[in-house]
Write a protein that binds this ligand. Structure first.
Ligand code: CUA
Length: 297
């Protein structure tokens, strides 16, 4: 499993219009500083050669006060700042727009300690840590914070934006390349902050519709070990918090039978500070519950 940051791919690859705009601004700075750096070194080279120490050359004359030079070295940095500021402000306004574009898909995002909840109000679908979106359609993430401040950050799709209790923040983007994009909570939110990952699956509209239909379908009946697992699940404290519908996988650990069993047996060991209590399931019981949950995929 690659390192977490490596999984997000970094923000220098743009897979949405939003990240393309942000990268456009970002790229001005290295170009501008390269040009300025080359100019400075060129002038320095000329000065070093022209005024080098030669036998019989007069001593350099110290000058005091040179209005033209003083004005120029005040105006030049102001111009450079302006070159960076104008596109930056344009992108800030563009990406802060509160209006949803026509035909946009709205996804409500809630940051919880320590997982992501995604709701599709128009589709009646809810997922955790995994969000599917169709390629080429504007997506509006409407962010609400039920507990502490989190920050939604999917580097290749753009971001980040804080999820703040008591207010609603929005982020609008149109993904342009199908694929799987990892995201990470980008605001320290407690013991398992670094474990608060998410996955965005950008897919063709037909595949997305198929996924929506699968999410709405009733859960398949378990077989084998899963039958006992379902009974344990239904009798245990699990049902106090969880209901089973179309199922999506979490972000942090690969969803394997072993990991799901380990999670069920001792959540805090995998996610320090987790509010999911340790229900003291036996090895056999946690394996059976894992078999049941894995059978839902
Ligand atoms: Cu949620 Cu950091």
């Amino acid at each position: 499993m690659p390192a977490r940051c490596a999984r997000t791919g970094g923000g220098l690859v743009a897979k949405s219009d939003l990240n393309r705009s942000i990268l456009g601004v970002y790229k001005i700075i290295p170009w501008a500083t390269t040009i300025i750096g080359l100019l400075v070194f060129a002038i320095l080279a000329v000065v070093l050669l022209r005024f080098r120490d030669r036998p019989g050359a007069p001593l350099p004359r110290q000058i005091h006060g040179h209005t033209a030079m003083e004005i120029s070295w005040t105006i030049a940095p102001a111009l450079i700042l302006l070159i960076i500021a104008i596109p930056t402000i344009q992108v800030i306004f563009k990406t802060q727009s509160a209006a949803s574009p026509k035909g946009a898909l709205e996804v409500t995002v809630r940051g919880w300690q320590w997982w992501w909840e995604f709701r599709y109000p128009s589709l009646d679908v809810v997922t955790a840590n995994e969000v599917h979106v169709p390629v080429g359609r504007p997506i509006v993430f409407v962010m609400e914070g039920p507990d502490v401040i989190h920050s939604l950050w999917i580097p290749q799709l753009g971001g980040k934006r804080d999820v703040v209790p008591g207010r609603v923040n929005r982020i609008t983007l149109t993904p342009d390349t199908p694929g799987e994009y990892w995201g990470q909570c980008a605001e320290y939110c407690g013991a398992s902050h670094a474990n608060m990952m998410l996955r965005v699956i950008v897919e063709e509209p037909a595949a997305f519709d198929k996924w929506v239909a699968a999410q709405k379908a009733p859960a398949p009946e378990p077989a084998g070990d899963g039958v006992t697992g379902k009974e344990i699940f239904a009798k245990s404290a699990c049902v106090g918090c969880h209901t089973i519908r179309g199922v999506s996988a979490g972000g942090l650990w690969p969803t394997t039978n072993e990991n799901v069993a380990a999670w069920g047996k001792d959540p805090v060991k995998l996610k320090p500070g987790s509010k999911m209590p340790n229900l003291n399931l036996s090895d056999t019981d946690s394996k059976a519950v894992a078999a049941y949950l894995m059978g839902l995929k």
